[in-house]
Ligand binder design. Structure first.
Ligand SMILES: C[S@@+](CC[C@H](N)C(=O)[O-])C[C@H]1O[C@@H](n2cnc3c(N)ncnc32)[C@H](O)[C@@H]1O
Length: 260
């Protein structure tokens, strides 16, 4: 990617997210449930893995990292948006959390000099330009300890509600999405991870209603958020799971000495 196309993408992302983190309304309970759902999947894993050192790329305003700080020795978050990082730093200071740190940095400038047990990209990979995605995941792979886990959550290109939403709430849909983001193809992402060398790759279709409703009903129907979460949990194990709005990916690096 040329420096000009890189800086154009970053400029547009930055412009979108500086405004977004300046107070885009979202349903607070719904957002907490969205993040707790991911913490639950990771917590199950942390029984067999010690996630001592965690990196979160595209961390936004630190909500996930603050929740996850209870399950690790240290979590470090990176995000392009200085406004998001300012919000995240304010929150950890107010809550007295000392094992979560944040840094305003673009993933293009990643220069990692340590290894992690877990690298998370929550709602972030779909902001990485298509051409850069494989090398980005390879960088993550190279910076995982043996047995380390890469975990992401992104919108699903096959999401049925997304197709409906794009037609029904055209303008609002555009307002809530940055110009260069896109939905991802779950199986393609899984294949990329396998190609890079991850020994175990799992997809989980996890969201139908909860994430869209967080933005559609920022101040209304809060009582429905746990209901949406419940419906999602049922649908995610149904025959139409692959038509979900969002999916997560878990990829594990081979542990030292393990034969695949
Ligand atoms: C949809 S938000 C997700 C934020 C957070 N992880 C969450 O789940 O609430 C995507 C994030 O990616 C960040 N981002 C976009 N381009 C980036 C880049 N080049 N480097 C680092 N972060 C970037 C944005 O600033 C934004 O905070």
């Amino acid at each position: 990617m040329t420096d000009t196309s890189r800086s154009k993408i970053e400029e547009k992302e930055l412009e979108f997210f500086e405004k977004y983190y300046d107070g885009t309304p979202c349903n607070k309970l719904g957002d907490k449930l969205r993040l707790e759902r991911m913490i639950t999947s990771l917590k199950h894993l942390s029984k067999e893995n010690n996630f001592n050192n965690v990196l979160s790329i595209g961390c936004g305003d630190g909500e996930f990292e603050i929740l996850f700080s209870k399950h690790t020795n240290h979590i470090h978050g990176l995000d392009l948006s200085p406004k998001a990082i300012e919000n995240a730093n304010k929150k950890v200071e107010e809550k007295g959390i000392t094992n979560a740190s944040f840094e305003a940095k673009s993933f293009f400038d990643l220069n990692l000099n340590e290894k992690y047990d877990l690298i998370t990209c929550i709602a972030f990979l779909h902001h990485v330009p298509e051409k850069e995605l494989e090398s980005f995941i390879k960088t993550a792979y190279d910076h995982l300890n043996p047995g380390g886990v890469f975990f992401s959550q992104d919108p699903n290109i096959n999401g049925i509600l997304r197709s409906v939403g794009r037609v029904l709430i055209k303008e609002k849909y555009g307002e809530l999405h940055s110009p260069d983001e896109r939905e991802l193809v779950p199986n393609e992402l899984a294949d990329t991870c396998k190609k890079i060398g991850f020994s175990e790759v799992k997809l989980h279709y996890l969201d139908f209603f909860l994430i869209p409703s967080i933005y559609l009903f920022p101040y209304k129907f809060t009582f429905m958020m746990p209901v949406f979460q419940f419906i999602d949990s049922v649908l995610s194990f149904s025959p139409i799971a692959h038509l979900s709005s969002g999916f997560s990916l878990l990829a594990r690096k081979k542990a030292g000495g393990e034969v695949t």
